[in-house]
Each structure stands twice: as C-alpha cells, then as structure tokens.
Design a binder for this molecule. Structure first.
Ligand code: PEP
Length: 235
C-alpha cells in the first residue's frame, strides 16, 4: 500500500495557490504516494476541479449534525458534494480553539462515515507529557473513545505531538518510530506523522516502517516544495 502525503492548509490558501500546485504536477504524473490536499472549505470544489485526479481533496473539519439550521457549519453531505473524500477530525487546533472533545469527535466521525468520507483522527501529547515520558499512556487514553472505529478500521490516525506543530521541532527518528510502532501494535493502523515536516526531513521520517504517511501544515503552502514531496523528490 502506498504511503500517504497530506497537506493541511489550515486557514490559508487561495484559488491562486490551488492553481500554483496544479501547475507543478502534470495530470499524467505517477505519484509514489497517495496525495491528499486539505484546503479551507471555500476552496474544496475548486481544488477538486483543478488538481489532477491523482490527488485527493479533503476537508479540515465537518459538522457533527446532518443538516438544518446550523449557521456556519458544513455537513458531510456538503463536503462530499464539493468533491472531498477525506476529513481531518480532532486536530489540536480544533481542540484548543473550539473546545472540541471526544463526544464531538465521535459524532463527527459518524457524520463522516455516513457520507462515505474517510476520517483522519489527529492525536498527540503536550511537551509536558512528552517530558514526563507519558506519551504512550496519554495516547492510549486519548484514543479510548475511538476503539470501536479503530476495531472496524473505519478511521486512520495522525500522530501529531503538539509541541512539534509549527515549531520547527520534531521528535528524533527513533522516537517517532517508537510511538508509531506502539500505535500500530495497539490499534492496528500505521499512523501518519505530523509536526514540522519539511522538504529536508520528510524522506527520513517517511522511510520509518511504522509511519503510514505524513500530515504537513506549513510546508504544504509552498507549491514547489509540496509538489516535490508529493513526487518523492528532494530540493
Ligand atoms: C499540522 O498543523 O497538522 C501540522 C503538522 O503543521 P506543521 O507541519 O506546520 O507543523
């Protein structure tokens, strides 16, 4: 199975950025990885129309409810209609700025599955927890609510240590391998790694056996570098 490269544009991007990425990847290019671009909601349909079919398009969030009077929310049906096939759930920024919790995540996972979207559940520990060497017990507890979904292989996981997101700091390769092996052994999926992945370090991280793919924030906003990563190339 191909490893997965995901670009999370967060609250960034534009039609021009979609165009710039599309210009870097020829429609016929054989990509070594499964590529997924997660732009803001407003760019989903345009990204689907513009990017080569070899790249998937996904959302960064989903409404927990199905439809109706929920101003500002975007349902799974709307995401699917815009061409999205995947959705990030539980990103640390949703946990921090929107106080989302396990109940919400459960509902959002179910909402995604009901529309045939593949949920990517993000988990990760704080620096304090990492320093105390409590990462594994923290992750086990953080994933407890998701056990039924994991058992059915209905979701995939992204391991993103909070202290590595957007900081330029990453765990060492043996540390990443250790946590990913733990997650794979415990939950049966090879998680994606996220946190300060760059054009310089992505190949080494992706080469680790228990790393199923990469979730890339900041670096995915540079179309030339992100396109090189999607094509398995170096600078
Ligand atoms: C993220 O926000 O999911 C992320 C991994 O960001 P960055 O690559 O910028 O650390």
């Amino acid at each position: 199975m191909k490893k997965v490269i995901i670009g999370n544009w967060k609250m960034n991007g534009s039609h021009a950025l979609v165009d710039a990425l599309a210009a870097q990847i020829t429609p016929a290019a054989e990509l070594p990885y499964t590529g997924l671009v997660c732009p803001p909601f407003t760019l989903l349909a345009y990204a689907r129309k513009t990017l080569p079919a070899s790249l998937f398009v996904g959302a960064q969030d989903i409404a927990a409810c199905e439809k109706g009077a929920f101003t500002g929310d975007v349902s799974g049906a709307l995401l699917a209609d815009s061409g999205a096939t995947h959705v990030l759930i539980g990103h640390s920024e949703r946990r921090l700025y929107h106080q989302e919790n396990e109940t919400t995540f459960s509902e959002k996972i179910q909402a995604a599955l009901a529309q045939g979207l593949l949920p990517i559940l993000c988990v990760g520990e704080s620096h304090e927890c990492f320093d105390k060497k409590e990462t594994k017990s923290f992750l086990r507890a953080q994933l407890h609510f998701a056990l039924p979904f994991l058992k059915e292989k209905a979701i995939t996981l992204a391991y993103e240590p909070l202290w590595a997101i957007g900081t330029g700091q990453t765990p060492t390769l043996p540390m990443i391998q250790d946590v990913h092996s733990f997650l794979e052994g415990e939950f049966g999926v090879a998680p994606f790694y996220g946190g300060s992945v760059t054009i310089q370090n992505y190949q080494d991280i992706l080469a680790l056996g228990a790393v199923g793919g990469l979730l890339i924030g900041g670096e995915s906003l540079f179309p030339e570098k992100f396109a090189l990563i999607l094509q398995g190339k170096a600078l």
